[in-house]
Design a protein. Structure first.
Length: 122
């Protein structure tokens, strides 16, 4: 089983579900900042779930490409850290959680760098 593909699928599912939850169940219940945090979390997690899925599928078909696979995992980990800290703040967690958000963003950036380096090597 390709765990990266499975993780990307779970991330994609949760992101769509949480995006819909925020748009419908939380409509009118979140402040302006909280709405923005929720939207930003979803906006960043959706394409990175797709990118992680693509990385997982590419390494499944083309054998082990460690930089690409590591980049895919960086997308999954970064999305979880980035989005969950924003979702948590939107739901009332202390604002210091915002200090965690950039760690997820850095992981997303690392993922893109690793994918680019992987393409350069092939």
């Amino acid at each position: 089983m390709n765990r990266l593909v499975a993780a990307a699928g779970i991330l994609g599912f949760l992101t769509v579900a949480l995006g819909a939850f925020g748009a419908h169940a939380l409509a009118g219940r979140l402040s302006g900042d909280a709405q923005n945090w929720w939207h930003t979390a979803t906006l960043y997690a959706v394409p990175h779930a797709a990118a992680a899925l693509a990385a997982g599928l590419a390494t499944q078909e083309g054998g082990q490409r460690s930089l690409l696979r590591t980049g895919g995992w960086a997308f999954v980990i970064g999305s979880v850290i980035f989005a969950s800290s924003l979702y948590a703040m939107a739901l009332g967690a202390p604002r210091w959680m915002g200090a965690i958000t950039p760690l997820g963003g850095i992981s997303l950036l690392v993922g893109w760098i690793l994918c680019g380096l992987s393409a350069r090597r092939s």
